[in-house]
Design a protein around this ligand. Structure first.
Ligand code: ADP
Ligand code: MG
Length: 249
């Protein structure tokens, strides 16, 4: 059984069938890419995983539980995070303080217990945040203001904030869109580093084939709202259905 199982998902926007009987099985601790031409329905599908859209029909199971009808914050609490669309970065806090925020948010109430418990909890949260910064290669910058960061560092910080919630499943919608090649390669390295550092599952929507083939263990190809192929990367490029879907894109 996969960690994310999608069966028969349909989504219509007026006269447009954006998702047409989508089936998807994402195995735990893998990087699963969803590729396809513009307008294929990739973002719509991802929005059905995070509770921003509700499918008209079909099931979405995460870790054995249905996600249908749940609110975005509930799905987030179950262990599903969307990267690079994290809560805002607070520019008047330091980098590590920003990484501590998601953990504080998760523990709400813990600080009403006692001063002792509060100090203990804060120490744990800070140590956890330090580890997240280490994992994304920003440990040396932890006490810097979050106001003056390069774009690359901003991405790393967003990733650390996301990881601080200990998600089981990370969703990324075109993580390298609009990036120059050097930034793209840095992002690929960062994602690889994270994937290898812990038990975590990635679903990556991506247009850039270089990114897809650098990262993915498994690929689903979406075209006109339907998964036309699901296979290992080495079988995707030569697949005539995939070539046809990309013609004219
Ligand atoms: P992709 O991410 O693969 O480029 P999308 O999921 O964004 O594709 O869009 C799939 C189709 O659904 C497109 O034709 C798009 O115009 C349409 N669409 C997406 N969101 C909406 C919406 N909220 N209302 C109407 N049509 C939409
Ligand atoms: Mg999209």
């Amino acid at each position: 059984m996969g960690i994310l199982e999608v069966t028969g998902v349909n989504k219509r926007f007026g006269g447009l069938q954006a998702l047409d009987d989508v089936n998807l099985n994402v195995e735990e601790n893998t990087v699963h890419a969803i590729i396809g031409p513009n307008g294929a329905g990739k973002s719509t599908l991802l929005n059905c995983f995070v509770g921003r859209l509700t499918p008209d029909t079909g099931t979405v199971m995460f870790d054995g539980q249905s996600l249908i009808g749940r609110k975005p914050y509930e799905i987030n609490q179950m262990g599903v995070s969307r990267v690079f669309q994290t809560p805002e970065i607070f520019s008047d806090l330091t980098i590590i303080e920003n990484v501590m925020i998601p953990s504080f948010a998760k523990r709400d109430g813990a600080f009403k217990l006692s001063p002792f418990a509060a100090v203990r909890a804060e120490t744990e949260i800070r140590e956890h945040a330090e580890q997240m910064l280490l994992d994304v290669g920003m440990a040396d910058k932890k006490d810097m203001d979050a106001s003056a960061m390069s774009r690359g560092d901003k991405r790393r910080l967003e990733m650390a904030m996301c990881l601080a919630q200990n998600p089981k499943l990370l969703l990324l919608d075109e993580p390298t869109a609009g990036m120059a090649r050097a930034d793209t390669n840095n992002t690929i390295d960062l994602l690889k580093q994270i994937a290898e550092s812990r038990p975590i599952t990635f679903v990556v929507i991506e247009h850039d084939m270089h990114v897809v083939f650098s990262l993915a263990d498994r690929i689903s190809v979406l075209a006109q709202g339907h998964v036309i192929v699901e296979d290992d990367p080495q079988f995707i490029k030569g697949n005539p259905k995939v070539r046809e879907a990309y013609l004219g894109d």
